[in-house]
Design a protein around this ligand. Structure first.
Ligand code: FAD
Length: 397
């Protein structure tokens, strides 16, 4: 299954740190991670940091899956508002979930600050605007919960939003502890650290997920890989039977613009909105803008350049309507699969059916934040350490 069609942007900005051999023989690893995207890379980083023997296997190349299609807006706020989670899972669990995300954002920031290579990681505030006047009350209710639990957020009325950011919308929330990143560079930098810590990598090695037992899995070439524990970090490549009825695939569209001279808007804040599916955009180094949206239900991609260009233009036109002075053109445009869950939560933790098997699937919009949280949860599960958030995102829920 293809994860992306069209031309993505980030993988053009940096060469891979290394290339890795394919697996030609039977093999054993204490911890085996399937998938070298953001999830597998962060899990390898966390686990190798505590001295564990880790191997990552990818059917293609490290970081070239959905992670290089990622637009790189990292936020603690989820696609599902805190207040919406209150209605779905109760206030206590909603608070815990948002706390997990805020802590994960701070952990990502700390990791990024220690990486020697450039990763495009930069703290940025986010503006979450009400798409219509009807959504203002929703935003006010959201703010009341964020304020109650001391999350970093401020309510901006129409006038303040326009005066500060030039955005003509009914109201917004400003949040911070958020960040932008070049996800491909970030993965490459982490991979370099993982190699120093002894993580082993194999690329161009697909495993047959249907051959999975509690102690081994087969590669498509018939090699047996045994393990003590396996982490399935295959992103949106497959909807596992454990997730039956709980998740679905969408397709989504994204663009990178050609560089422009001059300023975009105040503080280059990242912008998104209450409408679903939502439009989201940010700036990128070198005077570019990265944007995405227009999600539609779809279990496959069309590989249709005309569609990708047309949808990309729709995204750009919406942004130009907000900032008419911007004279921007599309450089790259892509179309990607995107996994969402019915309850708005990712799937991270032990398989309900097989011992030693863990899922790290960051479905939903701020997947990078979930990849970080899931890496910590799985580390705790492997170590037998209680984790305050594991029950909320467990795949068996
Ligand atoms: C257009 C778009 C925009 C997005 N924007 C954002 C954003 O702004 N912020 C954010 O936080 N998140 C965003 N996301 C979500 C984010 O990209 C995902 O959460 C993240 O990429 C998931 O990482 P992953 O490692 O789970 O998946 P991937 O990066 O897809 O990695 C999975 C890897 O598993 C490998 N694999 C799959 N099956 C097998 C197999 N059988 N054998 C071996 N290897 C296998 C694949 O080759 C792949 O490399 C966006 C996603 C899309 C598509």
């Amino acid at each position: 299954m293809k994860l992306t069609t069209g031309q993505t942007y980030w993988d053009k900005t940096v060469k891979p740190t290394s290339s890795f051999p394919s697996l030609e023989n039977d093999y054993h690893s204490d911890i085996l991670i399937i998938g070298g995207g953001m999830s597998g890379t962060l899990a390898a980083f966390k686990l190798a940091s505590t001295g564990k023997k880790v191997t990552v296997i990818d059917r293609a190349e490290v970081g070239k899956g959905s992670s290089s299609a990622n637009t790189g807006l990292l936020q603690y706020a989820s696609d599902t508002m805190f207040s919406e989670f209150v209605d779905k899972i109760g206030e206590k669990e909603a608070f815990l979930f948002y706390k997990m995300c805020l802590e994960s954002m701070d952990e990502l920031t700390e990791i990024a600050s220690k990486l020697p290579e450039t990763t495009g990681y930069r703290l940025r505030d986010s503006i979450y605007y009400a798409s219509t006047p009807d959504d203002v009350d929703k935003l006010k209710r959201e703010y009341s919960f964020l304020e109650k639990y001391d999350f970093p957020a401020e309510y901006l009325d129409h006038q303040k939003l326009f005066e500060e950011y030039g955005i003509e919308k009914p109201a917004a929330l400003r949040t911070w502890h958020d960040a932008e990143v070049n996800p491909y560079q970030f993965i490459q930098a982490l991979t370099a650290e993982n190699l120093k810590m002894g993580v082993t990598y194999f690329e161009h090695t697909a495993v047959d997920m249907d051959s999975l037992t509690e102690t081994a899995i087969m590669t498509d070439c018939g090699k047996k890989v045994s393990f003590e524990s396996i982490i399935i970090a295959t992103g949106y490549s497959k909807l596992y039977s454990e997730l039956n009825g709980k998740a679905q695939m969408n397709q989504t569209f994204a663009i990178a613009t050609k560089p422009i001279e001059g300023e975009f808007w105040k503080d280059n804040v990242m912008v998104w909105e209450t409408k679903k599916p939502y439009l989201y955009f940010r700036t990128a180094p070198g005077g570019r803008m990265i944007a995405g949206g227009l999600d539609e239900e779809s279990s496959d991609l069309y590989d249709d350049p005309e569609l990708i260009q047309r949808k990309g233009q729709e995204i750009l036109d919406e942004i130009k309507e907000m900032f008419p002075r911007l004279d921007v053109e599309i450089d790259d445009a892509w179309n990607s699969l995107f996994g969402i869950s019915k309850d708005g939560l990712p799937f991270m933790g032990a398989s309900p059916h097989q011992d030693n098997v863990y899922y790290l699937l960051g479905f939903e919009g701020n997947g990078t934040c979930y990849s970080m949280a899931g890496a910590s949860i799985i580390q705790d599960l492997l170590d037998g350490t209680p984790n305050p958030y594991a029950h909320i995102v467990r795949p068996s829920r």
